[in-house]
Design a binder for this molecule. Structure first.
Ligand code: AMP
Length: 222
């Protein structure tokens, strides 16, 4: 009997700061043509544009604090509109957000397919974060450990200026890691209880992690 391919198309990626959520989400988005959405990135763009919601977000992110749930949920509600396929990166980050997100999906009749938990050690998080450069124009992410690039260089994709995120400092990282452990790890337990969580070891090279996620999303069914 020949099998068929089932593509998971409603995905959530959660994991500690700098674990590669954004990179993997954008690779999967390009491979499967599923929109990638990052609440952190939407609000970084709003901050660069100087909008009121962006300035509100800036106060929290600069010190490595999570945004209040209502701020993150406002962004997600607006983004969801009529969309039924997505790869969320960095949302939901609290139990409150996960519960409200469930309600949103239930009302629309579009259940989640899978939640990937990207697992990595604190030491590797620090090393990755301190080398991270982000394009101020297109949001592409690079790492000085893997790319011959420095702050202020032009982005290889769009020539925008490469900058360090204002929250990529040691002090902010400590807050972000402790908030991750307090607020986001319980989200993993929440999705485990619903049978949706899959843990992926992301200490491996970027392309290897991508292949694991790619194979899982494109599951062969009998
Ligand atoms: P990210 O780009 O996902 O690393 O997010 C950068 C920062 O934005 C995080 O450290 C949080 O301060 C904040 N943030 C992004 N998404 C959320 C969310 N869903 N809930 C609360 N805070 C968020």
């Amino acid at each position: 009997m020949s099998g068929c391919t089932i593509l998971k198309s409603r995905i959530v990626l959660i994991g500690p700061p700098a674990c590669g959520k954004g990179t993997q989400a954008s690779l999967l988005s390009a491979a499967f043509s599923i929109p990638h959405v990052s609440t952190g990135e939407i609000l970084r763009q709003e901050r660069l544009a100087g909008s009121p919601i962006g300035l509100e977000a800036d106060r929290y992110a600069r010190e490595g604090h999570l945004f209040p749930d209502d701020l993150a949920l406002r962004v997600v509600r607006q983004w969801m509109d009529n969309r039924a396929r997505f790869i969320f990166d960095g949302f939901p980050r609290t139990i409150g957000q996960a519960i409200e997100f469930d309600k949103m999906l239930f009302e629309r009749g579009i259940p989640l397919d899978v939640v990937y938990l990207l697992e990595i050690s604190d030491d590797e998080v620090l090393a990755r974060m301190l080398g991270r450069l982000t394009c101020s124009k297109c949001g592409a992410v690079y790492n000085t450990r893997f790319h011959d690039l420095a702050m202020g260089d032009g982005c290889p994709k769009c020539q925008g200026s490469l900058v360090r995120r204002t929250d990529d400092t040691r002090e902010a990282l400590e807050h972000r890691l402790s908030e991750y452990k307090t607020f986001t790890q319980p989200v993993a337990d929440y999705y485990t209880a619903k049978g949706l969580l899959k843990a992926i070891d992301v200490e491996a090279a970027r392309d290897e992690v991508f292949q694991m996620l790619y194979a899982d999303m494109k599951e062969e069914a009998l």
